[in-house]
Design a protein around this ligand. Structure first.
Ligand code: CA
Length: 224
């Protein structure tokens, strides 16, 4: 799961980044609207945290641009300006939540997780496909009720596919979501193969009724 923080104050940005990384999110950052627009135009995020007072204008302008780009990222506005106007305008422009500064990092983490639960799992705490169940709150996976031990990356890959059963995922999109935006500068995606091979082996040995299938030349797909 990848999050973009749009915040111009470096110490604030770092605090939020560290806190979300502890929750095992892949975190990218932008310090102004133009960087945010460029990133959102190039990459996909599961959630965007958006400050309102930014050096090159109002974060609400960025919301309008997201809409024009037909991006459907979930957005939480984090604003020091505790004005009702910002809140109403932001939610009108399609933001999903609003958190006034100052806030506790625990509260922000909870809001992000709740938003992602709504986005990917209809509010459910666990996601089940076939006989495999994944519990994102504590990074556990079970096959037929028995625990399945996965490495961090194997888990992240499985999580990505469990949120998108039956859908084609390109290697680029997978790499970007699990490893981060910088990965598009990689020469090839060979590093995916090793992780994928181990994940498939573990799933099959555990008797999983699901499989991450390679779609030749295109990417992968989770099938039952
Ligand atoms: Ca600011």
């Amino acid at each position: 799961m990848k999050i973009l923080i749009v915040e111009d104050e470096p110490s604030m940005r770092e605090l939020i980044k560290e806190s979300l990384e502890k929750e095992r999110f892949v975190v990218e950052t932008a310090g102004d609207i133009s960087t945010a627009v460029q990133k959102a135009g190039t990459y996909n995020y599961d959630c965007i945290l958006l400050d309102v007072m930014l050096p090159d204008g109002s974060g609400l302008k960025f919301l309008e641009q997201l809409k024009r780009m037909r991006k459907r990222e979930n957005v939480i506005i984090i604003s020091a300006k505790d004005s009702l106007e910002d809140k109403v305008l932001g939610l009108d422009l399609g933001a999903d939540d609003y958190l006034p500064k100052p806030f506790h990092l625990a509260e922000l983490n909870a809001r992000v997780k709740s938003l992602l639960r709504r986005r990917h799992r209809d509010g459910e705490h666990a996601v089940t496909v076939g006989n495999v169940t994944l519990f994102p709150d504590n990074f556990r996976v079970e096959v037929d009720g028995n625990p399945l031990e996965l490495s961090r990356k194997e888990y992240d890959i499985l999580h990505h596919f469990m949120n998108r059963p039956g859908r084609m995922v390109s290697k680029g999109a997978l790499a970007e979501s699990v490893w981060g935006d910088h990965i598009d500068q990689a020469d090839n995606f060979d590093f995916i193969y090793a992780q994928m091979k181990n994940l498939r082996k573990k799933l099959s040995e555990a008797g999983a009724s699901i499989e991450v299938k390679a779609v030749y030349g295109l990417g992968y797909k989770l099938v039952e």
